[in-house]
Design a binder for this molecule. Sequence first.
Ligand code: SIN
Length: 302
Amino acid sequence: MATAQGVEAQRVEAGNRRIKVKAIAGSCGAEISGVDLRHIDDETFAEIYDAWLEHLVVFFRDQTLTPEEQITFAKRFGEIHHHPFIKGMEDYPDILEIIKEEGDTRAFGETWHTDQMFNPKPAKATILYAKETPDAGGDTMFANMYQAYDTLSEPMKAMIGGVKTWNVGSRKKLSETDKHGSVSEGRYKGNEKMAAKVRDPGELVTEAAHPLVRTHPETKRRALYLGNHAIGLHGFKDAEARPVLDYLKTHAIHPEFICRFRWEVGSMAIWDNRCTMHRALNDYPGKRRRMHRITIAGDTPF
Ligand code: SIN
């Protein structure tokens, strides 16, 4: 059987003439070097895209993109999606600036999730670019949800095959103790800059049912589709759904399914929300971290 390194060597020999791809973990994640994202041609982008589908999340170092250049690069992945409850930057509404200040106690994205799962058409990809980083801490972890699905027992796969999750992003009346992490009052308490960006989603739908096992539209592989927004199972009683969801959420973050990325200023990560979950580590009290995030619109999961 071909090893990840073997496949990678073949890929470099066969097709990757412009970029170098180096896996950072056994599960997922690869660093791509030899590329300046301000100036890439279609062939280089095709190599990046292939590497992204293969490794689920790819990372670049030492990039120097302006906001306009990040937006231009992002559009190669698809149409830009705007967060329904958090405002983008004043001058660049396509970019959501994620900030944690020295005095903040909460970090945006600090629970395991996949972006926009509460949307009927959740995000395809997310492009995160580091502008200020703490000298240590603030890494992001990613979980391979193909692996999470593949390693379930056959009876478990059979049981969850046709099941749908119920996913919630915003319920304004939920209390501060809402343990599911929906956007309720207090969700961003402890991070005042992010709290100040919260906006009313208006008529936008922020609840959706999705297959618990989804098929990736491009690789055709099956993946568990889970995250903190998944709070119930369609048609199940709460008492039935809770242990199933708890088990699957714990199973999906097995250490062997995870890679972890250490940020530096100029680093960029691009992850595939259709087959990964991610979590921002909140382990840098007293330090500042600032990132520019662009999300790419996705399709209805099936
Ligand atoms: C996110 O969840 O989009 C943010 C991840 C991070 O800041 O590392």
